[in-house]
Ligand binder design. Structure first.
Ligand code: SF4
Ligand code: SF4
Ligand code: SF4
Length: 290
């Protein structure tokens, strides 16, 4: 922690960055911190409660953050994948951000929890994680902790869904999506949702009915999830943000699995690795693409 606080203070004092995006203690657990004064760097913390993916604040549509100046951002390996995604998709330049990567031993499901990591409390995304030692960084801090306990709840739910008939699966999702209130928190939390105007809010023409009917909710999530194919970094911030506890992480995992099977691509923290749906080749066998 001291190493992180000292580095943040030095980057700010030297003028290398104007703001450090990190974590601090809040009234309900750990929360994002925006440190602009080196004297305030002592507020920074990093532990298993730091669940938030702070790469979402690099998203250029967050103009109130952009105007703070050049940022340094504290990331876990899974968050670093989102920075790579934003660089890959030309939303930010790699040189425009200082990446402070933390070697990671897993996080809790919720920032407001304060429990030991266990197979119940550890975030589902940490199961089988291969990103605990990030490769995308300007600074990397901490010793690599042991593997976190495996929370198999998401894998178990996906296995159950796969066993269902299409009709059973439809009723499962209808029940879940019928609770959606169209707050769009899932989109707001997502580091990879950066459109200046979301298709869900276009009025001329209107693509998706903004009212929270089951029909419109299905269309909304279908669109959101398909737009994440090959782009989603599996940070599960959409699921954590959902006030209705809709298991959006199941969609995230399903679409990532489909892209992996069909294209052999897994979200990674190397911006030079092209995402399959983000490139084309003039040699492509498909006529329509040439
Ligand atoms: S998914 Fe990996 S890098 Fe991300 S919090 Fe879990 S263990 Fe850490
Ligand atoms: S869709 Fe969800 S899991 Fe995927 S990058 Fe966005 S917030 Fe993270
Ligand atoms: S966060 Fe949940 S309730 Fe809000 S729009 Fe997304 S799925 Fe619907």
């Amino acid at each position: 922690m001291k190493e992180l606080q000292e580095l943040a203070a030095k980057l700010l004092a030297d003028g290398a960055v104007q703001v450090v995006l990190g974590y601090e203690e809040g009234p309900r657990g750990v929360r994002p911190a925006f440190i602009t004064d080196p004297a305030q760097a002592g507020r920074l913390v990093f532990d298993a409660r730091c669940v938030q993916n702070l790469a979402t604040y690099l998203n250029p549509r967050r103009k109130h953050i952009v105007q703070l100046g050049k940022p340094a951002v504290v990331v876990k390996g899974c968050d670093a994948r989102a920075i790579a995604g934003l660089v890959r998709e030309r939303q930010i330049a790699r040189a425009s951000v200082v990446v402070i990567a933390m070697r990671c031993g897993g996080v809790l499901q919720r920032a407001e929890e304060n429990a030991a990591l266990s197979s119940e409390t550890t975030a589902a995304r940490c199961a089988g994680c291969d990103a605990r030692e990030p490769k995308l960084y300007d600074y990397i801090l901490g010793e690599l902790p042991p593997d976190p306990p495996v929370n198999a709840s998401r894998a178990e739910k996906i296995a159950l869904l796969e066993k269902m008939t299409p009709a059973q699966r439809k009723s499962f999702w209808d029940e879940e999506l019928s609770r959606c209130i169209r707050c769009h928190a899932c989109r707001e939390a997502c580091p990879m949702c950066f459109c200046v105007q979301c298709t869900a809010e276009r009025a001329l023409p209107q693509w998706i009915d903004p009212s929270p009917t089951l029909h419109a909710n299905r269309a909304w999530q279908m669109m959101r999830v398909l737009h994440q194919a090959g782009r989603c970094v599996d940070c599960l911030e959409c699921e954590r943000a959902c006030p209705e506890d809709i298991p959006l992480g199941l969609f995230a995992r399903y679409i990532a699995g489909a892209v992996e099977t069909r294209f052999g691509y897994k979200a990674c923290d190397d911006p030079a690795v092209p995402a399959p749906l983000g490139v084309f080749s003039t040699e492509d066998g498909e006529e329509f693409i040439r």
